[in-house]
Every structure is written in structure tokens, then in C-alpha cells.
Design a protein around this ligand. Structure first.
Ligand code: KIV
Length: 276
């Protein structure tokens, strides 16, 4: 398992960090087998596996449920679990209680929070020993306000973003995810911070990259954001399932090799006929 100190070393050595989302046991197993540095149990699971339109409907219990499955699938990988929408309440003690619950239940290595309003929460978590990854730029939990748009388009918003990133580091965040941010702004923030900065739609100068499992594999997704690269195509699974359906209908499945050998002795079948 790689730890935070390894990711800090990667940053200093200009070795890129790979992060991938996973939401269940098989995707986590694949991520670990592929050698991915960090697995993120993102609240994007609301869209990728639960079928919501956004991440806002995802609950703390959802994150616990999926986080536990991912830990079982990737026991030797650094795992970050998202605090879902609304979990970082205005009452910091309540928010920290939720973080403790999520951290303990999932055995995550760190939790991730979106937005600049999380300052007191990050400080509080640092005090009690929960590593926090910040998430700035496009923060999907706030799409009701911002829409799914590239952030930092004006000088004022770029300045705000840089200030927020620096404050997150000062508050004690151990890593930062920057989403949908112009490349030069992401590069500047990456240079300014000591903590690793992971980009999504902020390429290529951040310390690492994160992508969503279902986007990478074209698995059940209807839309491909500009920053996504597809490495495989699981959409042809539908064809395989159609074939299975047809095989059952046409008695082409199961074949002899899929069945267990006959075991009844002579006369046994007839005895059953009389009994039942
Ligand atoms: O929830 C998620 O998958 C994320 C990534 C897009 C960074 O936050």
C-alpha cells in the first residue's frame, strides 16, 4: 500500500499519481490489480451506479455501503471516500461526527470534501487525525448554483480559486482535487502548493490525474466529457446479454459442459415418481 508520504515524494520527484474511482468490489479489485495509486469512492456513484442525474441525492449511508465494498476489493490500496452533499453541515461538530462515522466504517485512508466552505471542518478533522482531500474548481455538489461549467474563467474567479487552494492547504488538507479548471491556473496552483494536486479536466501539469471508472471503460455512460479518454469499451456488454437471452430462448444454453453429471441410480427416479 502506498501512503501519503509516498504521494508527497511523487510530487517532489515529478512522478505522476494515478487516481481512479471505484464503487464496488469488482471495480476496486480491478483498480488494485492494475496498480492504480489511489482509489476514490466518489459520490459520482450517484450517477454511475445509482442512476441519479447528479450527486446531490447521495447519502452518507450510500457512501458507507459502497466504501466498505471498495475496501474489501482493494485491501492494499490508498482509498479516499467522498463526504456526500450536505454532510459538511454548518455545525462543524455534526460534520466531524459524520466524518468519524464514514472514516471508521469504510477504513478509508482519507475523506474528500468539496468547496471552500469546509475550512473549519478540515481544521477539525486534522486535529482528530482524519486526513482530508479538498476538491475545488467545478464541485458537482454545487451544480445547482454553478452548472457543469469550467471554473476560473475570469481574473476574479481565478484569484479566488488560487486563494481557496492555498487556504485549504493551510487548513490541513493533505491533497487537492481540481476539477474543470484552465490548464495554466491548475499548473500555477500545483506549483504553489506543497500537497499533491490531482486534476480532472485540469490537465496536464497537475501532480496526478483522476478519471471515473465508467468513463474510462465506456460502461453505462451516455455522455463523454472532453477530458475523458476511453481505454476500453464495455458498452458491447449489451450485445453479450442479448446473445445470452437468445441462447436461453433457443435452448442453445446450457450446453453439456455447463451441467453436472447424472447421479441417480437405477430405479431411483421411479421411486421418486411414486413418492411425490
Ligand atoms: O465523485 C467523483 O467521482 C469525483 C471525481 C470526479 C474527482 O469527485
Amino acid at each position: 500500500m502506498k501512503f501519503l508520504k509516498d504521494f508527497y515524494r511523487f510530487k517532489n520527484d515529478f512522478e505522476k499519481i494515478s487516481m481512479l474511482t471505484a464503487y464496488d468490489y469488482p471495480s476496486a479489485k480491478q483498480a488494485e490489480a492494475a496498480g492504480i495509486d489511489i482509489v476514490l469512492v466518489g459520490d459520482s456513484l450517484g450517477m454511475t451506479v445509482l442512476g441519479y442525474d447528479d450527486t446531490v441525492s447521495v447519502t452518507l449511508d450510500d457512501m458507507i455501503h459502497h466504501g466498505k465494498a471498495v475496501r474489501r476489493g482493494a485491501p492494499d490500496t490508498f482509498i479516499v471516500v467522498d463526504m456526500p452533499f450536505g454532510a459538511v453541515a454548518r455545525d462543524t461538530n455534526v460534520a466531524i461526527e459524520r466524518a468519524v462515522k464514514l472514516y471508521q466504517a469504510t477504513h478509508a485512508n482519507a475523506l474528500k470534501v468539496e468547496g471552500a466552505h469546509t475550512s473549519d471542518f478540515i481544521k477539525g478533522c486534522q486535529e482528530i487525525g482524519i486526513p482530508i482531500v479538498g476538491h475545488l474548481g467545478l464541485t458537482p455538489q454545487s451544480v445547482g448554483l454553478t452548472g457543469f461549467k469550467v471554473q476560473g474563467q475570469s481574473e476574479a474567479t481565478r484569484r479566488k480559486l488560487i486563494d481557496e487552494a492555498k487556504r485549504m492547504e493551510d487548513d490541513g488538507a493533505v491533497m487537492l482535487v481540481l476539477e474543470a479548471v484552465p490548464q495554466d491556473v491548475a499548473a500555477f496552483i500545483t506549483e504553489q502548493l506543497r500537497i499533491p494536486v490531482i486534476g480532472i479536466g485540469a490537465e496536464p501539469d497537475t501532480d496526478g490525474q483522476v478519471l471515473v471508472y465508467h468513463d474510462v471503460l465506456n460502461y453505462g455512460v451516455d455522455f463523454k466529457p472532453k477530458f475523458v479518454k476511453r481505454y476500453s469499451d464495455f458498452s458491447n456488454g449489451v450485445e453479450a446479454l442479448r446473445q445470452y437471452h437468445e441462447d436461453v430462448k433457443h435452448k442453445a444454453f446450457p450446453e453439456p459442459q455447463h451441467s453436472f453429471k447424472a447421479r441417480m441410480e437405477e430405479g431411483e427416479r421411479e421411486r421418486y415418481d411414486n413418492m411425490y
